[in-house]
Design a protein around this ligand. Structure first.
Ligand code: G6Q
Length: 546
């Protein structure tokens, strides 16, 4: 029987330590230890994590590492990699790591090695990708397929959108990618109004192949194509990625044009599988494989590095320290890279869907905070919007600042300005500016004593606000793979400490069911039981639509 994590020795030590440590200022930690910035960092290939601008000292870190050991993290990591059924509520293995198991060593689920099937699908993706990119697999009218439309939602959309955008610089010159996820008709209309049916390949991505948004969007696109080219064109313009062969066939897609994946791959962990077909089509199979290589490098690091030198483990432990002790329940992700602008949305799902849970693996309601709220956006844009609150608001939001050293577009001094901003934010958030410092600054600008008095508090910054700085050499497929795997494992470690199932998503499923019950009412059928507000809203909208 697992111990409640708050009853572990390490947790108790952390609680006690927190009381004395909580007001310690990072700027003093830096002042007392000139080497702090040289001590608290980890390099892995093209990725460098500086975690020195966080509110911890050696003792804190030791207790956090003790906590990782006390919850048997090492064994849990092995259990995941070895294919044990760690997704307890769904009785499934969790093997997104098998999809990028570049060593190809066997991994068994229910006594069967999953690697041969994974390799087969990878080979099929490669063959198809090359056939489309080299113009061998053509559209129904004989034209090359150069427009890729990914139809999927949630885990079947966010990874492909994020990764294709991140790797935009590697796209084939003649390829364009579009994504339709939202059921809002505007999502379909936006894309269909821009593309040519003769050169378009639709990829329907749905693990279950029952998701109402995806199937509705897919039907609309199918009709659009048939109206333009006739029914016979469907086979040449539609492929599917799913675990549900039966439903794919029912939809009218030749199952030869179906790319399989498996129930041991969660939606939000699936971009390494055939769900990433649009990524492979856009950037080519070599780059897709480089992305898998990068993730594999992070997997090997996560599996073998001592916890004190383990990037995902350190990130997760700091996350626990803030969320459960400081009660900082929000986390910001700020990539200083325009092409990573969808990373926060991607990580929002990864983190919040995985760890937004309230029941432990031992079937008890949790009595401590679990998953934090994650948000973010690309720097420097967001410095001009929500950074105000991050600097001077009453909530403290630990940030990850992600900074590529080399830009794909070294135009003038754009990139130096970008990097200078990223580094300045980390330093400013850590140091802050005291009221006294603000007063001195104001006096240097010639303000009167009265003016200084009235302004100095407004111009002060509490500081002591934590940031991790993650420097990557350049945003390429390999590094992107590392980065995403790093966050996947961070989320995993936090889930282990909280003793929750990070791999189910019952919350998402409730929404799917409820919409299905209201839909017939909006379409004029008898009304069901609802609270007075929902009833009124249903009737109001029906009236407005008359
Ligand atoms: C991800 C979730 C969820 C899922 C979508 C789409 O982990 O399970 O976001 O990906 O609901 O589901 P389908 O792929 O089954 O259409």
């Amino acid at each position: 029987m697992e111990k409640n994590v708050t009853q572990t020795k390490a947790w108790k030590k952390l609680s006690f330590h927190y009381r004395f440590f909580k007001n310690t200022e990072m700027k003093n930690l830096f002042a007392f230890d000139a080497k702090r910035g040289l001590k608290y960092n980890i390099s892995l290939g093209p990725l460098y994590l500086d975690y020195s601008k966080n509110r911890f000292n050696e003792k804190t870190m030791q207790y956090l590492l003790d906590l990782a050991n006390e919850v048997h993290l090492k064994d849990k990591i092995e259990a995941m990699f070895k294919g044990e059924k760690i997704n307890k509520t769904e009785n499934r293995a969790v093997l997104h790591t098998a999809l990028r198991n570049r060593s190809n060593t066997p991994i068994y689920v229910d006594g069967k090695d999953v690697m041969p099937e994974i390799n087969q699908v990878l080979a099929k993706i490669k063959k198809f990708t090359n056939a489309v990119r080299y113009g061998e697999f053509k559209g129904a009218t004989g034209k090359k397929l150069t427009t890729i439309v990914n139809i999927g939602i949630g885990g079947s959309d966010l990874g492909p959108v994020m990764a294709t955008t991140a790797l935009k610089e590697y796209w084939a010159k003649d390829i364009k990618c579009y994504f339709i996820s939202n059921i809002d008709g505007s999502a379909c209309d936006d894309v269909l109004s821009q593309i040519d049916p003769e050169t378009t390949l639709f990829i329907i991505v749905s693990k279950t192949f029952t998701t109402i948004e995806t199937l509705t969007n897919a039907r609309t696109c199918r009709k659009w194509l048939i109206d333009a080219l006739g029914e016979y064109a469907v086979a040449k313009h539609f492929v599917a990625v799913s675990t549900n062969t039966k439903e794919v066939a029912k939809f009218g897609i030749n199952t030869d044009n179906m790319f399989e994946f498996w129930d041991f791959v969660g939606g939000r962990y699936s971009m390494w599988s055939a769900v990433g077909l649009s990524i492979a089509l856009a950037v080519g199979m070599d780059n897709f494989e480089k992305m898998l290589d990068g993730a594999y490098a992070m997997d090997c690091h996560f599996r073998s590095a001592p916890f004190a030198q383990n990037i995902p483990v350190i990130l997760a432990l700091l996350g626990i320290w803030y969320n459960n002790f400081f009660k900082f329940h929000t986390q910001g992700i700020i990539p200083y890279d325009q092409d990573l602008r969808f990373l926060p949305a991607y990580l929002q799902q990864l983190d919040m869907e995985s760890n937004g849970k309230s029941v432990t693996l031992t079937n008890k309601f949790v009595k401590y905070a679990t998953g934090q709220v994650l948000f973010g956006g690309a720097g420097t844009d967001v410095q001009h919007s929500f950074f105000q609150l991050l600097h001077q608001g009453t909530q403290i939001v630990p940030l990850d600042l992600i900074v590529p050293a080399i830009s794909h577009n070294e135009i003038g001094d754009h990139h130096e300005i970008l990097v200078a901003n990223a580094l300045a934010q980390g330093e400013a958030l850590m140091r802050g500016k005291t009221v006294g410092e603000a007063a001195i600054e104001l006096s240097k600008t010639g303000k009167t004593t009265a003016e200084i008095k009235s302004l100095k508090r407004y111009k002060s910054f509490a500081g002591n606000r934590p940031t991790n700085t993650i420097v990557i050499k350049k945003l390429d497929a390999y590094t992107l793979g590392m980065l995403i795997a790093m966050y996947e494992h961070k989320v995993f470690v936090e889930g282990i400490i909280w003793n929750i199932d990070s791999f189910d998503q019952m919350g998402v499923e409730l929404g799917k069911q409820m919409a299905l019950s209201i839909l017939p009412e909006l379409q004029g059928q008898a009304s069901g039981l609802h609270d007075s507000s929902t009833r009124k809203l249903i009737n109001l909208i029906k009236d407005l639509r008359k």
